[in-house]
Design a protein around this ligand. Sequence first.
Ligand SMILES: NC(=O)c1ccc[n+]([C@@H]2O[C@H](COP(=O)([O-])OP(=O)(O)OC[C@H]3O[C@@H](n4cnc5c(N)ncnc54)[C@H](OP(=O)(O)O)[C@@H]3O)[C@@H](O)[C@H]2O)c1
Length: 242
Amino acid sequence: MGVNMKKAIIIGSSSGIGMQLAQVMSKDGFVLGLTGRRIELLDSLKDQLPTQAYTKHMDITNTNASIDCLNSLIDEMGGVDLIIVSAGTGYVNKNLEWKLEQETINTNVLGVTAIIDTSIRYFLNKKSGHLAAISSVASLRGSAECPSYNASKAYLSNYLEGIRCKIKKQNLDIAITDIKPGLVDTAMAKGDGLFWIMPLEKVAAQIYTALKKRKDQVYVTKRWAFLGFILKNLPRALYYKI
Ligand SMILES: NC(=O)c1ccc[n+]([C@@H]2O[C@H](COP(=O)([O-])OP(=O)(O)OC[C@H]3O[C@@H](n4cnc5c(N)ncnc54)[C@H](OP(=O)(O)O)[C@@H]3O)[C@@H](O)[C@H]2O)c1
């Protein structure tokens, strides 16, 4: 491996946004660490990539095992520059079934926090690095149909802001990027004829551009930034009606 090769880990890269980002970044020369529960998908992705990749089975809801797994992946790769957290789940849950709420919270809140904290401890120790996580436009308001999903993304964006404040106070060279996509054409965006759904290739390309600029926050795409602004500022009485 060349000494100047950039190295990144993508948590949740067996499908969707994480997998597409892996393809874009590998084409651009990144050596990658790929994690998820579906190890066979990660291994077949690894075989298609033009650069070297390392795969690890990881279920982020098993927090202690995931912390150990992430630390050993970083070691195996000889250190990393960037960690992207794409892992997440969500359900339309009109009946508030506890199993679905629990899985969403365990994954998007508990699991994601364990990964963020492990990554930040590593970057603080080496005094540089870049952490990014995929939140959502859904973080901006509550949802009648998937309340735990929107709430978990609000938690994530707020948590990332907290970590960013902590880093900025210490004036360290560590970037924290909060990525807020609108609807993306992946397994997660369930249902037909969804509003303004975006192709995966476009989304991954825009996310990668924002990562290269080490942005604090990015909406993907710009039209979702506009919708997000309206959503965020809509009076409650109006919001309840839509
Ligand atoms: N699609 C959208 O419209 C949309 C919009 C805004 C934000 N997002 C966010 O984007 C991120 C990626 O989602 P996606 O749309 O690309 O959907 P996806 O294709 O379902 O990808 C989700 C990824 O998360 C991983 N994952 C889920 N639960 C996990 C667990 N317990 N442990 C480890 N990995 C886990 C999955 O891997 P395994 O199943 O192999 O474990 C998979 O690689 C999510 O955080 C999602 O909330 C999506």
